[in-house]
Design a binder for this molecule. Structure first.
Ligand code: XMP
Length: 317
C-alpha cells in the first residue's frame, strides 16, 4: 500500500509541474476510472480543474445526484453537470431496435459532451481516466489516439488543448480502486460494478419512456438494497434489473392487475466475456420479489434470469 501512497505523492507533484497555472478539463462519467482521475487532479490543482458530467437521465436511481454531491462536497474543483434527460428521451421516441437505441444515445452523448467541453476548452489540458490496459491499446499519452470505444469518444478536430493528461496510465483496475479509497472517494463509487455507457437505455426493452425509467430505477434500487443487506454483493460480478416490454395479469386484494414484469439479472464472471447466472439464495430472491411488488408501482411480477453467457449476453440488449 505504501506504493500507492508514493504513487499519489509523485503523481500529484508531476501533475502540478505539468499543468502549472493552466486549466484542466475532465469528462467525468461517474465510473471508477474517471472518478479517481478527478480526485487526483483535484488534489493536485484544485479549482484549476473543471469536471464535465453529462447526465442523460439513464443512470440508476439518484446516481446523478450522488455523483454531483460527492464531487462538489468532498473535492475542490469546478463541477459542471449537464442534465439532458428530456432531450435524450425525445430523441429516442419511437426507437425500439437495440442497435438504433445505442446509436441514438451514443450520437447524442457525443454531441452534448463535446459541446460542453468545447465551451470549457481554453488551451490548457484535457484529462482522461485511461488506465494501463486501455493505454497499451491506444498508445500511451497520445492525444491523436483517444479511444473510440469503452465509452471514450474521439475528440472533434476543432477542439484544441495543449496536451492530454492521463494520470492513471500506469495502474491496473485494482490499484485504481486502492488510490480512490486513499483519496477519500466513497466506497459505492470505488467499488462500483460495470455500468454500460447507454445506461438503463439497454435495460428497458422496446421504447424508452420517462415512466419506464422510473419503474426500472425503483425496482433496481430495491434489488441493490437487498443484495447489500444480505451481504452477498462481493460474490456477484454484476447485478441489476431489466424492464421487458411485457405486462402480465396479477391480483392485488380483490383487484385484477395488468402491469409490468421486471426481470432480475445477476452474474458471476472473471472477464465478462463468459458468465454464469449467480446462485442467489432463494430466501434473498424471495425478499427481493416481495419488496419489489409491494414497494414499486406498476410492477406485479418478478422473474429471475437463469441464462449463462453464452448463449445469453449479460445485458438484455
Ligand atoms: P454483454 O451484455 O455484452 O456485456 O454480455 C458485457 C459487459 O459489457 C457491458 N456493456 C456495455 N458497456 N457500453 C458499455 O460501456 C455498452 O454499450 C455495453 N453493453 C454491454 C455490460 O454491462 C457487461 O459488463
Amino acid at each position: 500500500d505504501w506504493q500507492m501512497d508514493s504513487f499519489i505523492d509523485n503523481t500529484v507533484n508531476a501533475l502540478r509541474e505539468k499543468i502549472g497555472d493552466k486549466k484542466v478539463v475532465l469528462g467525468l462519467s461517474g465510473g471508477v476510472d474517471s472518478s479517481v482521475a478527478a480526485a487526483l487532479l483535484s488534489k493536485a490543482v484544485g479549482k484549476q480543474l473543471t469536471c464535465v458530467f453529462v447526465d442523460q437521465g439513464l443512470m440508476r436511481k439518484n446516481e446523478g445526484d450522488f455523483v454531483e454531491e460527492t464531487f462538489t462536497k468532498l473535492f475542490d474543483m469546478n463541477f459542471v453537470r449537464v442534465n439532458c434527460g428530456h432531450e435524450f428521451i425525445s430523441k429516442l421516441k419511437g426507437a425500439t431496435d437495440p442497435e438504433d437505441k445505442r446509436k441514438i444515445i451514443g450520437t447524442e452523448f457525443y454531441k452534448v459532451f463535446w459541446d460542453k467541453i468545447r465551451e470549457e476548452a481554453d488551451g490548457g489540458f484535457f484529462a482522461q481516466g485511461t488506465i494501463y490496459p486501455d493505454c497499451i491499446e491506444s498508445g500511451k499519452g497520445n492525444a491523436d489516439k483517444i479511444k473510440t470505444h469503452h465509452n471514450k469518444v474521439a475528440m472533434p478536430e476543432d477542439i484544441k488543448f495543449d496536451d492530454v493528461v492521463e494520470p492513471l496510465c500506469d495502474l491496473f483496475k485494482d490499484e485504481v480502486r486502492v488510490v480512490g479509497e486513499k483519496l477519500g472517494i466513497p466506497k459505492e463509487l470505488v467499488w462500483r460494478q460495470p455500468f454500460p455507457g447507454p445506461g438503463l437505455g439497454v435495460r428497458i426493452i422496446g421504447e424508452i419512456t420517462e415512466e419506464k425509467i422510473k419503474i426500472l430505477q425503483d425496482a433496481d434500487a430495491v434489488f441493490r438494497d437487498e443484495i447489500a443487506k444480505s451481504g452477498i454483493a462481493q460474490d456477484l460480478s454484476q447485478f441489476f434489473c431489466v424492464l421487458p416490454d411485457v405486462r402480465t395479469v396479477g391480483v392485488m386484494g380483490d383487484h385484477r392487475t395488468y402491469d409490468h414484469l421486471v426481470a432480475i439479472r445477476a452474474v458471476t464472471t472473471d472477464d465478462f466475456m463468459t458468465a454464469d447466472f449467480a446462485r442467489i439464495p432463494y430466501d434473498v430472491l424471495a425478499r427481493v420479489s416481495n419488496r419489489i411488488v409491494n414497494e414499486c408501482e406498476h410492477i406485479n411480477r418478478v422473474v429471475y434470469d437463469i441464462t449463462s453467457k453464452p448463449p445469453g449476453t449479460i445485458e438484455w440488449e
